[in-house]
Design a protein around this ligand. Structure first.
Ligand code: ADP
Ligand code: ADP
Length: 209
C-alpha cells in the first residue's frame, strides 16, 4: 500500500483560505476517513493530492501511485463502460480491463452499456474501476455516498473494504456521511472551515460527536 503525507498545507482561492495549515497522514494499508461539512475543504485537499490544485504553502505528497475518484464521478456518459475504463488507464498505458473485471465482476456484465444510462451506484462502480485501471497504491474517494441509496452505498463501501483488506490498497474516504465512514474506517480526521478540528480512532470520534 501507499502513503499520504500532508504537512502545514495552505490553499487559497484568491483572498479566501480553503485549507489553513492542515497536517494529516495515512499509513500503508490504512483506511482513513476525512469528514466535515460542505465547504470544509475536503475536495480541495483531494485535488491538491492529485496535483489539480497548487498549494500556497506546505506539502501534500503520496508515496506510491495515487488514483482519485472525484466528487460527481466525472465519467464520459456517451462512452461505454469499457471505454471509460480504458481511458482510466491511459497514464499507466494499461489498456486491458480484465484485471478490473476480476475485481469488480459486475463491470464485465455492464461493459457494453453507455455509462450515462447506468444507475448512480453502477456509475460509482465504473468510477472505481476506472481508478483501479492505473493499479494505484493509494485511492482517494471523494463522496462515495453522493446521491446514492444507503443500500447501494453499503455495497460499494464493502468493495472498498475488500480492496483495502485483500489487496492492501491504502484508502482515504472523503465523506459527509460520518456514520458510513465510521462503519468502514479505523481512523478519521474532521475538517471544518479549512482546519483539522478532530482526529482519532473512529470508535472514539463516534462516541464524542
Ligand atoms: P468540501 O469538499 O469540503 O465541500 P471544498 O474543498 O469544495 O469543500 O471547498 C472549500 C472552500 O473553497 C469553500 O469555501 C469553497 O467555496 C471554496 N472553493 C472550492 N473550490 C473553489 C474554486 N475553484 N474557486 C474558488 N473557491 C473555491
Ligand atoms: P509513465 O508511463 O509516463 O512513466 P506513469 O504511469 O509512471 O507514467 O505515471 C507518471 C506519474 O503520474 C507518476 O508519478 C505516477 O505516480 C502518476 N500517476 C500515474 N497514474 C496516475 C493516476 N491515475 N492518478 C494520479 N497520478 C497518476
Amino acid at each position: 500500500g501507499g502513503t499520504i503525507e500532508v504537512a502545514g498545507l495552505v490553499v487559497t482561492y484568491g483572498s479566501a483560505t480553503a485549507l489553513d495549515h492542515v497536517t494529516l497522514s495515512v499509513r500503508a494499508g490504512e483506511m482513513v476517513a476525512l469528514l466535515g461539512p460542505n465547504g470544509a475543504g475536503k475536495s480541495t485537499l483531494a485535488n491538491t493530492l492529485s496535483g489539480i490544485v497548487t498549494p500556497a504553502s506546505g506539502t501534500a505528497r503520496t508515496g506510491g501511485r495515487l488514483a482519485h475518484i472525484p466528487e460527481g464521478r466525472q465519467l464520459f456518459p456517451d462512452l461505454s463502460v469499457e471505454d471509460n475504463l480504458v481511458l482510466g488507464g491511459w497514464r499507466s498505458r494499461a489498456r486491458d480491463p480484465s484485471s478490473v473485471y476480476d475485481l469488480l465482476p459486475r463491470l464485465a456484465e455492464l461493459r457494453r452499456r453507455r455509462a450515462g444510462v447506468l444507475s448512480g451506484g453502477e456509475q460509482q462502480m465504473v468510477a472505481f474501476g476506472r481508478a483501479l485501471m492505473s493499479r494505484p497504491d493509494v485511492l482517494v474517494v471523494d463522496e462515495l455516498s453522493l446521491g446514492l441509496a444507503p443500500m447501494v452505498t453499503r455495497d460499494l463501501a464493502a468493495h472498498l473494504v475488500a480492496l483495502n483488506r485483500e489487496r492492501g490498497l491504502t484508502v482515504l474516504l472523503i465523506e459527509q456521511n460520518a456514520r458510513l465512514a465510521f462503519g468502514v474506517c479505523e481512523r478519521a480526521y474532521v475538517l471544518e472551515a479549512g482546519r483539522v478540528v478532530a482526529e482519532g480512532p473512529c470508535a472514539e470520534l463516534a462516541a464524542n460527536p
